[in-house]
Design a protein around this ligand. Structure first.
Ligand code: AMP
Ligand code: GLY
Length: 423
């Protein structure tokens, strides 16, 4: 099989690492990839959101399957164009990806299908939003409708702050993505990410993970794309997962199919475990980053048959995927200044040494200089992942590797997995 993988982050390096281990794969090409991915796949310089370029590349290499990592190309209709070219795609169509790309769509969809989530309203003018703030209670949850690189959500402790936030969003801070704002009821509880693979009709649960969204230890500092993750997440006990399957995952897939946009690929449900059971915080149309990295570390089954079956609509013939009975953790190493203004170009030493069988270092924003040295070229730069018999052992192994990487220009959280350790 020839596979084209789209993306260039740590998520895609983890996918490439896992896909490249499959005996079914003869060719693995990644566009655009990164230096780490370059060790297990052939790289092609097509951008991850260049839909026409990606379709042309898939045609040229006669791809049997395209696996899409990030959401940008999905929003632009990559899956739709590949379907017209008869090339199977792991990833939803533009219409189905609206579960992620439009929060207003996702909220209305959940309301139509009675899927548990926070109460909400959608507003296009400051006047309407101000009136709504009179009705909602603090803390106020305010979101830009469209994609805003994970930065379009504000939680405001008081009314004045909330109003200022609404003004900034409607005033164009996120461009078109903020033309409408969603105001939501605040949900209290522990958060986790649940993944399901789906061919549009059938779903197989694919594990749960917990991410750490704030930049600094103790969940302080600005929101980021994610500073670390681990799986399994103790918050997802059997009862919660079964409730989420019945009340969230299955009704979502049935609802999308019924509305004419069957959802194929991986459904990422960001959930809050509230006193009233799991509720949806958000949907994403892709694997989480860094959640994907820890899922790939623990996945014992060959991933390729699953990716292919999701794309081709015959997931029903596959058994539940198998995961190692171990804990996997990922510590993100980011460039100093991330998330606001990460410093580029600093030299990283020791990232590509052999850390033994329990540790993998996945590259995200890295680049290779002409002299062969590795340098930072983005916000999140390395993902140091480890397996262990429990969270404590996994964490020790990951942090030992972090300490062995010599990168004065980077920083990382030192408390990844604290919730699971405290249990
Ligand atoms: P989102 O981009 O929608 O996932 O929101 C980013 C973060 O804001 C989430 O991971 C939650 O921690 C928090 N959040 C979003 N919506 C709510 C809500 N209704 N209640 C409580 N926290 C929320
Ligand atoms: N780690 C959060 C995300 O991928 O959206």
């Amino acid at each position: 099989m020839k596979i084209l993988l789209v993306g260039s982050g740590g998520r895609e390096h983890a996918l490439a690492w896992k896909i490249s281990q499959s005996p079914l794969v003869t060719d693995l090409v990644c566009a655009p990839g990164n230096p780490g991915i370059g060790k297990v796949a052939q790289l092609r310089a097509v951008k991850a959101d260049d839909v026409d370029g990606l379709v042309a590349l898939a045609r040229e290499m006669a791809a049997d399957l395209v696996v899409v990592g990030p959401e940008a190309a999905l929003e632009k209709g990559l899956a739709d164009k590949l379907a017209r070219a008869n090339i199977p795609c792991f990833g939803p169509t533009q219409a189905a990806a609206r579960l992620e790309t439009s929060k207003a769509f996702a909220k209305a969809f959940m309301e139509r299908h009675d899927i548990p989530s926070a109460g909400y309203g959608v507003y296009e003018t400051l006047g309407e939003a101000r009136q709504a703030l009179d009705v909602f209670r603090p803390p106020y949850v305010i979101k830009a409708d469209g994609l805003a690189a994970g930065k379009g959500v504000a939680i405001s402790p008081d009314r004045a702050d909330a109003e200022a936030e609404v003004e900034r969003m409607l005033g164009g801070r996120f461009g078109q993505a903020g033309a409408r704002v969603v105001i939501e009821e605040f949900m209290d509880g522990e958060e986790g990410s649940l993944f399901a693979l789906t061919d549009g009709h059938r779903a197989l649960l694919f594990g749960g993970a917990q991410d750490h969204k704030r930049a600094y230890d103790g969940d302080m500092g600005p929101n980021t794309g994610g500073m670390g993750a681990y799986t399994p997440a103790p918050v997802f006990d059997h009862g919660l997962v079964e409730t989420a399957r019945e009340r969230i995952v299955e009704p979502t897939l049935k609802g999308m199919a019924k509305e004419g946009s069957p959802y194929r690929g991986v459904l990422y449900a960001g959930l809050m475990a509230t006193a009233d059971g799991p509720k949806v915080v958000e949907f994403n149309a892709r694997f989480g980053d860094p959640e994907c990295q820890v899922l790939m570390m623990r996945l014992a089954s060959d991933i390729v048959p699953y990716l292919k079956a999701c794309a081709e609509g015959d997931l029903g013939r596959l058994p539940e995927p198998k995961f190692l009975n171990q804990t996997a953790i990922c510590v993100v190493m980011a460039a100093k200044g991330y998330p606001d203004s990460p410093l580029e170009g600093s030299i990283i030493r020791g990232a590509d040494q052999d850390f033994g069988p329990h540790v993998q270092v996945f590259h995200a924003g890295t680049t290779r200089k002409p002299d062969g040295s590795l340098a930072a070229a983005g916000g999140r730069v390395l993902n140091v992942c480890a397996l262990g018999d429990d969270i404590g052992q996994a964490r020790e192994r990951a942090y030992a590797a972090v300490r062995a990487i010599d990168w004065p220009g980077g920083f990382n959280r030192t408390d990844i997995g604290w919730r699971a350790l405290e249990r």
